[in-house]
Design a protein around this ligand. Sequence first.
Ligand SMILES: Cc1cc2nc3c(=O)[nH]c(=O)nc-3n(C[C@H](O)[C@H](O)[C@H](O)COP(=O)(O)OP(=O)(O)OC[C@H]3O[C@@H](n4cnc5c(N)ncnc54)[C@H](O)[C@@H]3O)c2cc1C
Length: 599
Amino acid sequence: MPIAQLQDVTGRTFDYIVVGGGTSGLCIAARLTEDPNVHVLVLEAGKANINDPLLLRPASYAAQFDNPDYDWSFKTAPQKYANGTEYPWARGKGLGGSSGINFMCWTKPPADEIDDWARLGNPGWNWENYQKYSHRTEKCVYPSEEVITKHGLKVEGWRNGTDGPLLTAFPAKISAAELDVQQTLINRGIPLAPKPLDGDCRGVFFGTNTVDPKTSTRSYATTAFFLPNKDRKNFLVLVEARVNRLVTEKDKDGLVTASGVEFSVNGQNYYVHPKKEVIVAAGGLKTPQLLELSGMGNPKLLKQLGIPLVLDLPGVGENVQEHCFIGTTWELRDDVSFETLDVLRDPKIAAEHLELHKAAQGLFTMGMVGFCFVPLQMLSKRAEEIHKKAREKILKNEDKYPLGLLAQYRIQLERLERQSPGCEMIHFPGFLSRPNPPKEGKKYITMLSLMNHFFSRGTIHSKSRDPAEDPEFDPHYFEEDIDLETFIEAVKFARDLPKTEPFKSLVVQEVNPGPEVQTDKQIGDWIKANMSTTYHTAGACSMLPKVHGGVVDPKLKVYGTSNIRVADISVIPLHFASHTQATVYAIGEQAADIIKGRA
Ligand SMILES: Cc1cc2nc3c(=O)[nH]c(=O)nc-3n(C[C@H](O)[C@H](O)[C@H](O)COP(=O)(O)OP(=O)(O)OC[C@H]3O[C@@H](n4cnc5c(N)ncnc54)[C@H](O)[C@@H]3O)c2cc1C
């Protein structure tokens, strides 16, 4: 049925209750309701936002931020190792969750980084299954030969899903600048990625977006998993319903069992009941809070908050892992022939392109396509020195790390050896950096430098028993020296690109960080003041053995419970070199198969 009313839901029993109608939540609900006898309720805190142009239109980066109709507008705690900076952490609020406000890049991790999950004690979570489930979600629409030739795209040998509900495609408009930047990276010795979406993304490539190429509109969890199935009588979605906590009891085997879900609408509490299971998919930042408010977590912390202990599970809210980025921007020569997004800063021109977008034309049909995943060894002569220092520190302190972290660090050290692509660059045809502003009438190119393999680990913990109060988000940015040192070297590589053709002939001057930022200390401080999360925070309810700080087992079941699973970005045990949406959909697909007893 379409969006449900409160009276359709309250007090009722459903086979499955999914908390959070986001990326994985809607995927799971859609898959479970393929069986008409299975009744599923999705409770989503945000609005439905169906057919909303602000979500559907590409190239509208951050346009939804700080708007409570779309964004939770979280913020980190002041960061001790980043000059006390507090960082905004946008996250999608509303049906579709973060898939509704994300930047639409469709990338997948290196195969061996997913196989690392299995090595950490999670049988069945490997590259082979990843691709099986990812293909189930995806419908890749390949470009025509004409477009391939025009933009120098390379899709030969790509193996993608072609029958799933989520559309992936190249954006309709690709700036000619992209080829020049890609050629510059190739001229600096970076190879073409052999199989960007099939397990080997190391190198440069043009990647696809989650976009419907016919209409140039966003394809996301709502359009892929909710709207095509909204008439199923067994698939109910209640929006503007914030879940406060799970109501639990102990079963005859002593396992914690969810007997109800308490949610709030307009400040009033209501209850629904699971016949079978509750699946928590409230995203990487709210899922750990929800478990804690339900009495599952570190006993000491729960006691301080006055929350009765239901389950001693100290891994909840730990092992938090981040991805971050920063932009280096250059002003371009006035006579460059290609288009950039800069003209959209002029409200009159932006209004014209908004009109054009209605006919799938104009600059709002652009997307981010130019990717480069590389190990630090390809960017900096200092790589070995930086890695050696980190390796020595970890080996020296081996007996001090918790067992789970040590197992992850051993793999992370191996990744340094095997030259996994912990660094990433994305070319962006426009201005996307701080603190110096753009000038009117000028065109810019930005190279984003992104960090994917941080060693620092953070925490997310409730600050009070009030579900309306955000938990404390503390990513511990740069607690481990290797993270900032790697970031600085990656930025230095990006800043050096204008020495190489064809980029050299396009650039007038660097705008950010700008000529006054020169020493490593200055670059580090600029990073700390101006970087952004990549919005991929993972790990707060890690799928790991319980003795390693795990919260869920390989079937995604919360340890010590009979019918509570977590299935969203928070179960990722060790982060990887990719943007996260493809992986979260794959987690949703695999979770649905597990629940159906097929995996
Ligand atoms: C701004 C931004 C840009 C990004 N860009 C990209 C990109 O270009 N490419 C890429 O691959 N990835 C990108 N990502 C990351 C990717 O979108 C996310 O990793 C993924 O969507 C997370 O899925 P999820 O199911 O874990 O959480 P979400 O999709 O965020 O879903 C969680 C849902 O739970 C709801 N919820 C939370 N708490 C409650 C509660 N108590 N009760 C009821 N409902 C609740 C939320 O409102 C939300 O709808 C981006 C993310 C953001 C925010």
